[in-house]
Design a protein around this ligand. Structure first.
Ligand code: UD1
Length: 418
């Protein structure tokens, strides 16, 4: 088992290009099943969730090569229509293969995706969308879907990111047009639309609540660069807020981080947002202030994935900050670890009250989920003394070489075998 040693109290300084977005590359990899030729993807992060997605593509019969940050998927010979329980369990996002698999073969046999640390994550909206596009769905010791999708009217009862993407992916291979109403508006959905359209699909509306897909187009192979990861950026900025200093991040669109940047600005940091970079500065010794209520919401609201890192950044501040988590049931599990570091936070249901303390201190803490892990690393860099962070397998699902990124910004972080 490896652990991370993080020395606190060293201000961050420097510039970094943020790696590709996990939440973009996963649906894009699934989308490769719809192409008729090889697809080359660049800016792919090296993450365990990406490895899991490549495993599923291989199981379905795709040829897959990964070199550095480039992945080539050749779906030409892929004839499989079943994903094993073992593969489905590797990550929650495995359900994203349902739509494209059905579109490609007219048949898909899956099991329920892996359990999740954030509380129950049903897939009813995914299945309803598939039904609305004319396919039969049978849930009997697994999920069995049959029939070529015809397209149709998909009305999502809430703007689920995954269900929107699954519906888009199924609709691209449908024989007729599809409208997705109450679609999620996250930037990664826009990236998926750009990718599919670059192969020849006809999708419009990503970024708005209504997405239309023409269906029936043949998709070629192609080349595409995955967008930068806004949540990794939010985590690195949280670390800079906690530790102080000045960092400049490239490779992300600041507009995708607007709500997070606004919080840091209100807390007293200097934020500069340009098309080419985002820069954040917290001058040495400058006080950090609590901010008005942070309520997570679907995009363009405050991202639930940034809740834990931003909470970590504000744990040592003047005043109080109230968080309301509206997206997931169990998303405060990092709080008990922050308490070990001297934070003063109380939670009740979906609400967490952070009473800013003067200083956190290093401790032995454990990452219990992905973004909670990023949050603990951020907190550790602002703390006095050294923090020993375990549970790194959670972190490796979504941050490529977190310790290297932090070191590139001047932090003292090391991964060691425990
Ligand atoms: C995606 C992101 C995840 C992020 C989340 C919310 C990926 C790979 N993951 O997850 O990082 O935290 O969006 O921004 O992109 N729901 C249902 N039924 C369903 C589907 C969802 O009730 O069939 C509920 C969920 O339980 C949750 C809410 O909808 O309460 C939002 O979930 P959703 O947008 O689907 O999240 P994911 O796509 O799983």
């Amino acid at each position: 088992m490896s652990v991370m040693y993080l020395r606190g109290g060293v201000p961050l300084e420097g510039e970094l290009s943020v790696h590709g977005a996990k939440n973009s590359v996963l649906p894009i990899l699934a989308a490769c099943l719809l192409a008729r030729g090889p697809v080359t993807l660049t800016n792919c992060p090296r993450l365990t969730d990406v490895t899991a997605a490549l495993g599923i593509l291989r199981q379905l019969g795709c040829r897959v090569e990964q070199e550095g940050h480039t992945i080539v998927v050749d779906p030409t010979g892929a004839a499989g229509n079943a994903i094993s329980e073992e593969q489905m369990r590797t990550m929650r996002s495995s359900i994203i293969f349902l739509g494209p698999l059905l579109a490609r073969t007219g048949e898909a046999h899956l099991t329920y995706p892996g359990g999740c640390e954030l509380g129950p994550r049903p897939i009813d909206l995914h299945l309803d969308a598939i039904r609305a596009m004319g396919c039969e769905v049978v849930e009997d010791r697994g999920i069995h879907c049959l029939g070529r999708p015809t397209g149709g009217e998909v009305q999502l009862s809430l703007p689920s990111v995954g269900a929107t993407e699954n519906a888009m992916l199924c609709a691209v291979g449908a024989t007729g047009p599809t409208t997705i109403a109450n679609a999620a508006r996250e930037p990664e959905i826009g990236d998926l639309q750009h990718f599919l359209n670059s192969l020849g699909a006809d999708i419009r509306g990503a970024g708005s609540s209504t997405i239309t897909v023409e269906g029936g187009r043949t998709l070629s192979g192609g080349e595409y660069a995955v967008m930068g990861d806004r949540i990794v950026a939010a985590t690195l900025l949280s670390a800079a807020v906690a530790a102080g200093g000045r960092v400049r991040l490239k490779g992300v669109d600041w507009r995708h981080l607007a709500t997070v940047l606004s919080v840091f600005h209100q807390a007293g940091c200097r934020v500069e947002s340009k098309m080419e970079f985002v820069e954040l500065e917290r001058a040495r010794g400058a006080p950090l202030k609590g901010v008005p209520t942070i309520r997570t919401a679907p995009y363009p609201g405050f991202p639930t994935d940034a809740q834990a890192p931003v909470m970590a950044a504000l744990a040592a501040s003047q005043g109080c900050t109230l968080f309301v988590e509206t997206m997931f049931d169990s998303r405060y599990r990092h709080v008990q670890e922050l308490l070990r570091m001297g934070a003063d936070i109380t939670t009740e249901g979906r609400v967490a009250l952070v009473r800013g303390v003067e200083q956190l201190h290093g401790a032995r803490v454990e990452a219990v989920d992905l973004r909670g892990g990023g949050a603990l690393a951020a907190a550790a860099l602002g703390a006095e003394g050294t923090t020993i962070l375990s549970g790194l397998h959670h972190i490796d699902r979504g941050y490529e070489g977190l310790e290297e990124m932090l070191c590139a910004l001047g932090a003292r972080v090391e991964r060691r075998e425990a």
